[in-house]
Ligand binder design. Structure first.
Ligand SMILES: Cc1cc2nc3c(=O)[nH]c(=O)nc-3n(C[C@H](O)[C@H](O)[C@H](O)COP(=O)(O)OP(=O)(O)OC[C@H]3O[C@@H](n4cnc5c(N)ncnc54)[C@H](O)[C@@H]3O)c2cc1C
Length: 388
């Protein structure tokens, strides 16, 4: 068996892993980034929307050419009522995840990380305090390589092997499926707006149309509930007249469905010499599992912290508080949102759809929900129209 050593072993070359590897290598740590797929970013399992509000938090600039379509805002729709929000936190861009993740991976390599594709983590040897002493990976062609890392960064996504090795094996109930398809030949109502639908077609679920171009979009459905069967939701979503009108000539380009964490998959973000980042750490914003830019930001902190631990200038224990310092307010807002939306999604009624719309569109604050709960449908509708 071949053997090798490294300072930082990063498992998974998605946004969080590439970012972690770039930061660790930039800080001078001998960094190995392994990715089980043969090609970065393929297949795409994402709706490819990023929020402009997070760009100031990024550790580096995204090149213009990665921002393939400008999004000016969002259109929320429930029960025949629509609300448009533009600018601020509602604006963003569409990206092409294959190109985007490839750009992130080349950033890690340019910083000095070694990238091994078609290389899958298959086993970790752990001491009682969860310190990894050895990692076994299967390389392209089937050979097994034994790695001795000083720090392991788990950036291996929602079906994390590292989490499984730590004993978190029943994580499915904390994850949800998102069905997503790239469609072309669309007649988009407003191509610069993302569209989000809440309604009878999908108790606890949402439908979306996220434009990629004037006549192309990622179209799909997601749910707050792990057990929800989404195929029928998707069919019902496509039957909504406002959706049907835009999709009447639609052709499917490719499927981009996948799974995302909706609840924490583990009780901590650091165990022994392991730190978790990205989806493996549930570092996405709910309810719409926005994880690409949070993954880059958290991955960068993971990589920096890992390198500092290697050089003895910090301990890995500081990692969670560093994340909290940077994105803590977003994560706690996201947790609150999720809780409120769970409460509203346990049963289906037109009034509840409007409340979900009001909360999702940022018109009603979660704190105001109690006072709104007694109002009838028309009163809530009026408040949504006036914004109070
Ligand atoms: C359908 C769908 C739509 C979404 N839409 C959006 C959106 O519009 N905007 C947004 O911001 N977020 C969206 N998300 C969430 C976003 O895709 C994730 O939050 C983001 O990809 C997380 O990045 P990551 O690097 O943590 O994990 P991933 O991108 O999942 O990367 C993990 C990598 O680890 C690799 N890996 C796994 N196991 C191993 C192993 N044992 N050995 C080696 N490598 C391994 C995987 O192959 C993968 O490449 C969506 C998610 C889904 C499912």
């Amino acid at each position: 068996m071949q053997e090798t050593e490294c300072d930082v072993l990063v498992v998974g070359a998605g946004p969080s892993g590439c970012s972690a590897a770039r930061a660790a290598a930039s800080a001078g740590a001998r960094t190995l980034l392994i990715e089980k797929k043969k090609e970065i970013g393929v297949p795409v399992q994402c709706a490819e929307a990023i929020g402009e509000y997070l760009i100031p938090y990024l550790p580096y600039r995204i090149p213009e050419k990665q921002l393939v379509w400008k999004i000016n805002g969002m259109l929320f729709w429930a029960d025949g009522l629509s609300v448009e929000r533009t600018g601020g936190i509602w604006a963003g861009y569409a990206i092409d995840r294959v190109n985007f993740d490839t750009w992130l991976a080349s950033g890690a390599v340019s910083a000095g990380a070694e990238l091994k594709l078609a290389t899958e983590l298959i086993d970790l040897t752990l001491e009682d305090d969860n310190t990894v002493t050895q990692a076994l990976v299967r390389t392209h062609g089937g050979a097994v390589l034994e790695i001795t890392p000083r720090v392991v960064i788990a950036a291996d996504g929602v079906h994390s092997r590292v989490l499984a090795e730590l004993g978190f094996i029943e994580v499915e109930n904390n994850c949800v499926e998102v069905l997503s398809y790239e469609l072309m030949n669309l007649e988009l109502y407003k191509p610069m707006l993302e569209q989000l639908y809440l309604g009878d077609f999908s108790p606890g679920a949402y439908g979306y149309i996220f434009p990629l171009a004037r006549n192309r979009a990622n179209v799909g459905v997601g749910s707050l509930f792990a057990t929800r069967k989404l195929e029928s939701c998707y069919e019902e979503f496509l039957e909504l007249s406002v959706v049907k009108r835009q999709l009447k000539q639609a052709e499917t380009v490719r499927e981009k469905s996948g799974w995302a964490p909706i609840q924490y998959l583990s009780d901590r973000w650091q165990y022994g010499n392991i730190i978790l980042t990205g989806d493996a750490a549930n570092q996405n914003f709910k309810p719409f599992v926005e994880g690409v830019l949070p993954g880059i930001i958290c991955g960068d902190i993971a990589g920096q912290t890992a390198a500092e631990a290697v050089f003895g200038t910090a301990t890995l224990e500081v990692y969670p508080s560093r994340i909290a310092d940077k994105l803590g307010s977003f994560f706690s807002e996201s947790d609150t949102f999720l809780e409120v939306l769970y409460g509203l999604s346990t049963s289906s009624s037109a009034t509840r759809h409007l409340l979900r719309l009001g909360i999702s569109a940022g018109i009603f604050s979660p704190d105001a929900l109690e006072s709104l709960a007694d109002l009838d449908y028309e009163s809530i509708k009026n408040r949504l129209s006036t914004g109070f």
